[in-house]
Design a protein around this ligand. Structure first.
Ligand SMILES: [Mn+2]
Length: 400
């Protein structure tokens, strides 16, 4: 249940009287009849009202919205940033509508009540400032220009001072930044997966090479070789990690989660390892369980600065059909979220949820899943350690 502001008592009483009279056929009593609209403004009659879940401007979880690329005034510790880009896909396009779709899915979330039983805290009340910085107005006709725009935009926000509005929260970024100062974290809404290449280029300038946790049904480390028609066509949503490794942007202790695509066997695995990745496959979770999945990822990453990129196609298409290259037999949203919680406390420098293509959605289920995962990423980046299970925690009253 939600706590909505109710009409004032007098308005309710008036409505009751009016209703009773209308049904009994009596004349309306002028003294109890609500004043006609022409004599009162909305504000006079109903007062200030907050937006409902399904009303108001489209910002993530109804967060404050700012055009941060042009307006340097607003400060933040975490910024939501949309990258509406989908012109390097190998199959179905449509992820340029991902940022708007995820924000639509986030309408039922609110930064005013973010407490959950899963986390045992409210990520919006940890003392860090989170705002929605909108979408980058990307050129839709030239991939080279769009990729440069994404890098410039990301670097622009990364260079801003952190807000640090409170004492709470967890920020590991200053320990790794070349300039020794804290940098804001950016939570990107994609966009096809190529958006990660300009993100890694921007992060590299601040942190140097970083490790990657990559949840996806596909490797995305494909070797584009030299046979491509042009240098630009080498960069796709299946090859960007290969390019990133060529450019020295990523460390060799990166790891995939949820892989299940078909491929050509040993050459793909060898190439994947050369790019810097180990694999937790989609099926591994049945054999080793969530705790061991978490342990392996944490062990692989260690203390390295790490970026977490999540392709929504890691989730089973039965729960997240709105994506460009679906693969059956994926993880459930609950499994993904439990693993995310278990990774809290690593040295996250940024995260994303990508490949949401809302045109293939049904009843917003993918948008809603992606939005909730994005909010979990926020909590994951701000928490100093994984939350205890509900079983291990104190009574909930002590936590609020
Ligand atoms: Mn991907």
């Amino acid at each position: 249940m939600y706590f909505l502001r109710l009409p004032t008592r007098s308005v309710l009483l008036s409505a009751l009287v009016l209703s009773a009279q209308a049904h009994s056929g009596q004349n309306i009593n002028e003294e109890t009849f609500v004043a006609p609209p022409s004599t009162q403004t909305w504000l006079e009659k109903y007062g200030q009202q907050t937006d409902l879940g399904y009303t108001g401007p489209l910002s993530f979880a109804h967060l404050p919205y700012a055009r941060c690329l042009e307006d340097a005034e607003p400060t933040f510790d975490i910024a939501i940033l949309g990258m509406p880009f989908d012109t390097t896909v190998s199959y179905r396009p449509g992820a340029r509508f991902g940022p708007a779709g995820i924000r639509t899915g986030a309408r039922r979330l609110s930064h005013q009540y973010g407490y959950s039983l899963s986390w045992g805290f409210d990520p919006y009340k940890l003392g860090s400032k989170v705002i929605d910085c909108g979408d980058i107005p990307l050129n839709g006709y030239d991939n080279a220009v769009a990729i440069d725009q994404m890098e410039v935009a990301y670097s622009t926000l990364l260079a801003r001072p952190v807000a640090k509005t409170g004492d709470g929260g967890f920020d590991a970024t200053s320990a790794f930044a070349k300039d020794g100062r804290a940098h804001p974290r950016i939570l990107t809404l994609g966009g096809d997966h190529t958006v990660v290449l300009p993100i890694l280029r921007a992060l590299n300038k601040v942190y140097g090479p970083i490790a990657v946790i990559h949840f996806d049904s596909h490797f995305d480390t494909g070797n584009p070789g030299n046979r491509s028609l042009s240098a630009q066509s080498r960069i796709t949503h299946g090859s960007y990690f290969h390019i990133a490794n060529e450019e020295g942007l990523i460390r060799n202790n990166s790891i995939h989660g949820g892989i299940r695509q078909k491929f050509n066997g040993a050459p793909t695995i060898e190439n994947d390892e050369a790019v810097g990745f180990k694999i937790v496959s989609a099926d591994d979770i049945d054999d080793i369980g969530i705790k061991e999945v978490v342990r392996r990822i944490r062990g692989r990453i260690g203390d390295a600065p790490v970026y977490f990129s999540l392709d929504i196609d890691v989730v089973d298409p039965g729960m997240a059909p709105a994506t460009g290259t679906p693969e059956v037999g994926g993880w459930t949203v609950r499994e993904v979220r439990r693993i995310i919680r278990g990774l809290s406390g690593l040295n996250f420098v940024g995260a994303d949820v990508v490949e949401v293509a809302p045109a293939y959605d049904h009843a917003d289920i993918t948008n809603i899943a992606a939005a909730d995962i994005a909010q979990d990423f926020m909590a994951m980046m701000l928490a100093a350690a994984p939350p205890k299970s509900r079983d291990e925690r104190k009574p909930w009253k002590d936590e609020l």
